[in-house]
Design a protein around this ligand. Structure first.
Ligand SMILES: [Zn+2]
Ligand SMILES: [Zn+2]
Length: 165
């Protein structure tokens, strides 16, 4: 059995606070029955927009990944939530005569999203004083000065000059 996808993100409940899916979920999935297991292979693609954690500018992350997922009949497999050995093929479950790959498709798309998206590795971020985007140039604020410690201040008050000779 084959399934061609060109669905709006909301169809897969791909709506989150820290990301926005800006293109349809596209893909082509093939389902094969091997003994009692159903193997889903194919490709998924879309585009996700996140915010750079430093400068808050939008970062577009293209998603284009191969899919290779095995659905085990629920009675035979382990319960969901019980992780199979990491590194093994990704596994999900089905029961009865119907497969609902929607949740798995959602996870496959979100699994590669970075925790700390950056618009570029060298993003300079925002000026801590005025909030200007430092990637667009210097905002003119004085450079960060490390706060003077109280001790060194009192030291200055007491010793006004040092002469070597
Ligand atoms: Zn940035
Ligand atoms: Zn500034």
């Amino acid at each position: 059995m084959e399934l061609t996808l060109d669905h709006r993100p909301a169809y897969f409940d791909l709506v989150g606070e820290d990301y926005e899916v800006v293109e349809n979920i596209r893909g082509h999935l093939t389902f094969r029955l091997i003994n009692d297991d159903v193997v889903m292979t194919g490709r998924l693609a879309t585009k996700i927009r996140m915010k750079c954690i430093r400068c808050l500018e939008p970062v577009e992350i293209p998603i284009d990944r191969e899919v290779n997922l095995v659905f085990l009949p629920r009675a035979k497999g382990k319960e969901p939530g019980e992780m199979l050995n990491p590194g093994e093929e990704e596994t999900s479950f089905y029961s009865g005569h119907t497969i609902y790959p929607g949740e798995d498709i959602r996870e496959l798309i979100l699994i590669d999203l970075p925790d700390y998206p950056l618009c570029r590795p060298s993003c300079l971020g925002l000026c801590p004083h005025c909030g200007a985007d430092l990637n667009r140039g210097d905002c003119g604020c004085p450079p960060d000065t490390t706060p003077t410690e109280p001790e060194s201040k009192s030291w200055k008050d007491k010793i006004k000059k040092i002469h070597l000779s």
